[in-house]
Design a protein around this ligand. Structure first.
Ligand code: MG
Length: 308
């Protein structure tokens, strides 16, 4: 049977090589198997390989499985990965402790292969669905960009991170000029095509791993530029304008004859900031005011505001 997805990755952490071999044999036909013979090695593998499930022995020398589970659940990069304890400790108290630490299941040794397979299948499927739903909930379906909800979440995170690292943070709010007129003249289907075209241009101009391009409203987009000062933000904004001009999307109601956009930039330099830090709303307002100025000055332009 073929599947539409690559196999899930299962990490087996056990100090006993025979246990690892037995579980790996039972699962290797359907899963990519990773192994670790100690808790330390398990943590490294979990961080590095990002498995979709961890089968975790409890009794191990130095650091036991309970302690490793606690570490995994308190770490940003690993806390979502489901953990199943696999242990000869079969008392209700021990199993309850496993669940309290955030495990999704508990399998007792000696391991019964059909039970192991069934539980691994259940939890890898659930995890895949959760990851897919989270991605869906953060995406704008038309443009495939991040949606407003993801944008707001990322703004708060980036403000915190750039303040901590003493960097400058810039935010671009971008609005397509006379988009209502475009829709009225050419219809909403062509209007949607325009939004997709603009989304592609934005993504092409802000392509670092930390850049976040999002559709925040109808014809309004936001770009979060971490570790970017006013000059860096200006040059990206001008690159966006130039690319859209080069795309030459006909717009008969525009004074230019083609589709244009206006951009408001807010920049906060945390290294030079004397007062309190802005929250997400304050920076968006600051960029919105710059956008308003750009619109008033005849559109197809870029305006920058320093915060505060
Ligand atoms: Mg053991």
């Amino acid at each position: 049977m073929t599947s539409a997805y690559p196999p899930s990755k299962v990490l087996i952490v056990d100090d006993n090589v025979a246990n690892i071999g037995m579980m790996a044999d039972a699962l290797s036909a359907e899963y990519d198997i990773l192994v670790a013979k100690s808790a330390q090695e398990g943590l490294t593998q979990a961080l590095h390989a990002q498995p979709d499930l961890i089968l975790l022995d409890v009794v191990m020398p130095v650091t036991d499985g309970f302690a490793l589970c606690r570490q995994l659940k308190s770490c940003e990069q690993t806390h979502k990965i489901p953990v199943i304890f696999v242990s000869a400790l079969d008392t209700v108290k021990q199993q309850a402790k496993g669940f309290e630490l955030g495990a999704v299941d508990y399998i007792t040794k000696p391991v019964q292969i059909p039970i192991l397979r069934a539980r691994v299948q259940t939890h890898t499927r659930l995890y895949r669905q959760t990851v897919q739903l989270e991605a869906l909930a953060a995406t704008d379906p038309l443009t495939n960009l991040a949606n407003r909800r993801k944008f707001e979440e990322a703004m708060s995170q980036e403000i915190e991170r750039n303040q901590r690292e003493n960097h400058a943070l810039s935010l671009l709010i971008i609005d397509i000029d006379k988009f209502k007129d475009y829709n009225d003249r050419y219809g909403h289907g062509r209007g949607d095509d325009c939004l997709v075209a603009v989304a592609r241009i934005l993504s092409a101009c802000a392509r670092r791993g930390t850049d976040l391009v999002s559709r925040v409203g109808g014809e309004e987009f936001g770009i979060i530029l971490s570790d970017t000062d006013a000059d860096g933000a200006q040059s990206i904004a001008q690159a966006i304008r130039a690319r859209l001009a080069a795309a030459n999307i006909r717009h008969a109601d525009s004074e230019h004859g083609y589709l244009t956009l206006s951009i408001g930039i807010a920049t906060v330099d945390f290294a030079a900031l004397a007062g309190g830090r802005p929250d997400s709303r304050m920076l968006v307002d600051c960029a919105d005011n710059a956008l308003y100025t750009a619109k008033n000055e005849g559109r197809n332009g870029v305006t920058l505001n320093h915060w505060p």
